[in-house]
Design a protein around this ligand. Structure first.
Ligand code: DAT
Ligand code: MG
Length: 140
């Protein structure tokens, strides 16, 4: 079967904490392939599109502000079942309960702010991956 692609973001907390290399290391150690990677401060319009599924939720404004607070490392990662596989590497959304061995479980804790700072984003379905890759890397 054909390999999949997923969009991975090292969020501003991860870049600030110098975890970009550690996240890429885990992705490559797993056997996935980097197709594109770029460090940039995302415009708020892009972030609102990216998080369209959360439109109207109370945490969205704080989430967009946080995601705009510094550079993110945006990457397209390829591999067989990589969408599910990267979610598995990332661990649960809430870093307090994310399993040890996962990126969030090992590298993040709940800092008690109204938003969750959990180091990484990964697309959650083939439809989300296609949409998010087109948004972040329109030339791919
Ligand atoms: P994930 O990033 O695991 O796909 P999500 O898509 O449900 O999780 O949410 C996107 C991000 O928004 C998540 O990484 C952290 C933040 N978030 C989610 N639910 C939240 C909540 N109830 N309060 C604050 N931030 C939240
Ligand atoms: Mg999500």
């Amino acid at each position: 079967t054909a390999p999949q692609r997923t969009l991975v973001l090292v969020k501003p907390d991860g870049v600030r904490r110098r975890l970009s290399g550690e996240v890429l290391r885990r992705i490559e150690a797993k056997g996935y392939t980097l197709v594109a990677a770029e460090l940039r401060v995302a415009p708020t319009e892009l972030l609102e599109e990216h998080y369209a599924e959360h439109a109207g939720k109370p945490f969205l404004p704080a989430l967009v502000e946080f995601m705009h607070s510094g550079p993110v490392l945006a990457a397209v990662v390829e591999g067989y079942r990589v969408i599910e596989g990267f979610r598995s590497l990332a661990g649960a959304t809430d870093p307090t309960v994310a399993a040890p061995g996962t990126i969030r479980g090992d590298l993040a804790h709940d800092v008690g702010s109204p938003l969750i700072e959990n180091v990484v984003h990964g697309s959650d379905s083939p439809e989300s991956a296609a949409r998010e890759i087109a948004l972040w890397f329109p030339s791919l």
